[in-house]
Design a binder for this molecule. Structure first.
Ligand SMILES: Cc1cc2nc3c(=O)[nH]c(=O)nc-3n(C[C@H](O)[C@H](O)[C@H](O)COP(=O)(O)OP(=O)(O)OC[C@H]3O[C@@H](n4cnc5c(N)ncnc54)[C@H](O)[C@@H]3O)c2cc1C
Length: 516
């Protein structure tokens, strides 16, 4: 197997990975950054419609901290929240405003700020309804011009290299688990390369694709969780998964329909045309996000339907097109004119609050391994996430991990001899992969999704343990490609989430348990 040596290996080309790369590159060291997709525009970052937290005109770190702690249902790590509030606004200024010059919306008084749900003051910067895409496009261009950064597309990390799993030495120099790079599939050539790195940074994004319905892109298959789990890095709060109440229900996939639409008076109706939210909560369609998501789920089960409907057709059509241009265009491209007809919607897995446990600079429990962005559990989000804090978290932890990775020495230039690695030769059976994904997605949705119980979670464990064991054998025999590797990771990450959910019998934040 060929080897590729770099100083800092970053796995993931979203905002977290890019921020770490830009920061670490200032040291002059060699930075290698991977994405498993052919396209550089990948991950959830380009899909972020809303915005990024900055600071309001009458705001303070303390006020932001209070809002985050409240949203997190008392389950946040206070030091991490303070770190975000202390450094976040300054890094937005330094990186997004001054360096990248993101064209945030502004007026004659300066940058415009909006107040999103549960924020006590307007403090969120945005660029139309495409904030994430603007940030990602511009940040990528900036990164492409840095000489010591190598961007490898269509390169998928398979597993982290650790002394305990891959070295032929019987005692490692650290006397505790450490990571020295990753095994990577070059999907263009089919070759597997061991990428040796002094420091490795996981920035692989979310887990939404483990569920039947999700707002996340195709690549969000929980790869980072699975790799970290197999390598023995500690994970936390994996069961705190935020569901968005309304995603477009369409055969081509889901698309987020902003909560602002309900704020503007759109009605939630069932297949009989009846408004149903008042039966579930006194605030009707404006009840908290979790309540609306669960109520829609219950209504779908009661009516035995695949979706409910969001209706804004009684508003003036010119106003709707101007207020929701992206949603209007997207729905129209799928044959739905939202000014004339109601939109089929379902709740959808949206954001993972937990992940690989890290400290304030993104270090994990494995030496020489960092985790940043949605894959990490920094402790900021606790049991639930305050809107628009995730891009900010990518920026803060991306910056500090990038800086620490080039500064901290930690015997990071030592690479042990490795075991041989043999590859399977069987062709990947696509029908089999499709079948296993359906099982994972349905199991997670019905038994480990919006409404959980010990009984359902135990049943999900039984189903997925069997599946994982089959998939692992299938993986050992197969010629490798992104599909089989993503499936292997999906099965592992799903089991990790369920085991975390089983251990927590208390309903809190996004984790809702019934019975016992
Ligand atoms: C529809 C939507 C709307 C959102 N709106 C907002 C918002 O308004 N404000 C906000 O703050 N947050 C929002 N979020 C959340 C936010 O966008 C994400 O949490 C954030 O962008 C995650 O960034 P990241 O860098 O951690 O990962 P991502 O941007 O998801 O990038 C992950 C990268 O890892 C790569 N990758 C994955 N596995 C592998 C592997 N095995 N090998 C190699 N590469 C791999 C992917 O290809 C990708 O490049 C939204 C999310 C969605 C889905």
């Amino acid at each position: 197997m060929s080897q590729h040596k770099t100083d800092i290996l970053i796995i993931g080309l979203g905002l977290a990975g890019i921020t770490a790369a830009i920061t670490a590159a200032k040291s002059g060291k060699k930075i290698t950054i991977l994405t498993k997709t052919k396209n550089k525009s990948s991950g959830s970052t380009p899909w972020a419609q809303g915005g990024v937290v900055y600071k309001g005109l009458k705001d303070s770190s303390l006020q932001l901290k209070k809002d985050i702690l409240k949203a997190g249902a008392g389950h946040c790590w206070e030091d991490a929240v303070e770190h975000l509030c202390k450094y976040g606004p300054g890094l937005v200024e330094e990186i997004l405003i001054n360096t990248l010059k993101i064209p945030f919306n502004s007026n004659e008084l300066g940058l415009e700020r909006v107040a999103e749900g549960a924020h006590s003051t307007p403090r969120v910067l945005y660029h139309a309804d495409k904030t994430g895409k603007s940030i990602h496009d511009i940040a990528l261009k900036y990164l492409e011009n840095i000489k010591n950064v190598e961007i490898l597309t269509n390169h998928m990390a398979i597993d982290l290299l650790t002394f305990s799993h891959h070295s032929t030495e019987t005692t490692d120099i650290y006397k505790k688990p450490a990571c020295f790079g990753a095994m990577v599939l070059n999907n263009e050539t089919g070759a597997v390369v061991s990428m040796l790195a002094s420091k490795t940074i996981l920035a692989t994004g979310g887990i939404g694709q483990l569920f039947l319905h999700t707002t996340n892109p195709k690549e969000a298959t929980g790869d980072g969780i699975a790799m970290a789990w197999r390598a023995g890095a500690r994970c936390f709060n994996l069961h705190y998964i935020q569901f968005h109440p309304t995603a477009l229900y369409h055969p081509s996939g889901r698309f987020l329909i902003s909560e602002a639409m309900r704020g503007e008076g759109a009605k939630l109706i069932n297949n009989q045309g009846e408004e149903f939210m008042n039966q579930y909560h006194k605030d009707g369609a404006l009840a908290p996000r979790d309540v609306v998501s669960r109520s829609i789920h219950k209504e779908m089960l009661k009516e035995e339907t695949d979706c409910v409907f969001l209706d804004i057709a009684d508003k003036d059509s010119a106003w709707t097109k101007q207020r929701f241009p992206t949603i209007y265009d997207y729905c129209l491209s799928k044959g739905i004119d939202i000014t004339k007809e109601s939109i089929p919607v379902v709740p959808a897995a949206h954001y993972s609050c937990g992940g690989v446990g890290v400290n304030l600079v993104g270090k994990t429990s494995l030496k020489r391994l960092y985790a940043i962005g949605e894959i990490a559990c920094t402790g900021v989000h606790g049991a639930n996430r305050l809107a628009s804090t995730s891009l900010l978290e990518c920026l803060v932890w991306g910056y500090f991990a990038g800086k620490d990775s080039v500064e901290e020495k930690d015997d990071a230039d030592y690479f042990p001899p490795m075991h041989d690695w043999s590859l399977g030769t069987q062709e990947v059976d696509k029908a089999r992969i499709a079948q296993e994904w359906l099982t994972i997605k349905n199991t997670m949705w019905n038994l480990a999704g919006l409404i959980r119980s010990q009984d359902k979670l135990r049943s999900a464990t039984n189903i997925l343990r069997l599946l994982q064991s089959d998939v692992e054998q299938f993986y050992q025999r197969s010629e490798l490609d992104n599909n089989i590797l993503s499936l292997r990771n999906g099965a592992q990450a799903a089991l990790a989430i369920i085991s975390s959910a089983l251990e927590d019998r208390e309903s809190l934040g996004t984790h809702y348990v019934e019975g016992e």
